[in-house]
Design a protein around this ligand. Structure first.
Ligand SMILES: CC(C)(COP(=O)(O)OP(=O)(O)OC[C@H]1O[C@@H](n2cnc3c(N)ncnc32)[C@H](O)[C@@H]1OP(=O)(O)O)[C@@H](O)C(=O)NCCC(=O)NCCS
Length: 160
């Protein structure tokens, strides 16, 4: 199996229509644009905290080299991003954002399938209870509801 934890890794092709590659510093503005997207902001815990470009670049540059963050590509064009982050509980949490113009085409599911093929879980996802399309995508990818967290969040878990 290809090891996505290896920073030297190039592009990984899987049996879905998206491929994942490890994010680099050159993806800072892509991540910023997707974090700023109103639909993404709506379902972000810090939704009413301004997202300042300089703060984002500092945060991104500090973490991108060690984090498990990926850019999903279709025909060599970015169609979304996938992040694996450690929670305060030391669990691995996945979050995804599909490029707005690419939504409604099953890209979110393809990204989760590509991630599962590359890096086996178990892992978790914390999803706003109104984010119906995200809940649907994670359920299609095999994630199961485990319970509520802090009122509006639903926690999902997948075991490979
Ligand atoms: C959530 C997100 C990742 C979904 O990705 P996507 O590739 O656009 O997903 P799709 O639209 O192709 O599929 C969503 C599914 O939800 C379904 N869905 C969408 N809205 C729905 C609703 N209101 N009720 C029921 N089902 C709904 C769709 O029909 C589809 O199911 P299907 O494949 O059975 O038809 C994407 O919209 C996104 O990036 N949103 C902003 C960031 C975000 O919220 N990320 C998730 C946080 S972890």
């Amino acid at each position: 199996m290809t090891d996505l934890s290896n920073p030297q890794m190039g592009e990984l092709h899987v049996l879905t229509r998206v491929s994942l590659r490890r994010a680099t510093i050159h993806d800072a503005l892509l991540f910023y644009a997707l974090r700023l997207d109103p639909e993404t902001r709506r379902f972000t815990p810090a939704f009413n905290t301004p997202l300042i470009l300089e703060d984002h670049v500092t945060w991104f540059a500090t973490r991108v080299w060690t984090a498990s963050w990926f850019v999903a590509e279709e025909n060599e064009q970015p169609v979304g991003i996938v992040r694996l982050d450690s929670g305060h509980d030391d669990r691995s949490y996945v979050s995804i954002i599909v490029v707005p113009s690419m939504r409604g085409r099953g890209i979110g599911l393809a990204m989760l399938q590509a991630l599962a093929a590359a890096i086996p879980g178990p892992r978790y996802a914390c999803i706003h209870h109104f984010n119906i399309s995200s809940i649907r995508v994670f359920e299609q990818a095999g994630y199961a509801y485990t319970g509520e967290a802090n009122g509006v969040w639903r926690v999902y878990r997948v075991i490979p």
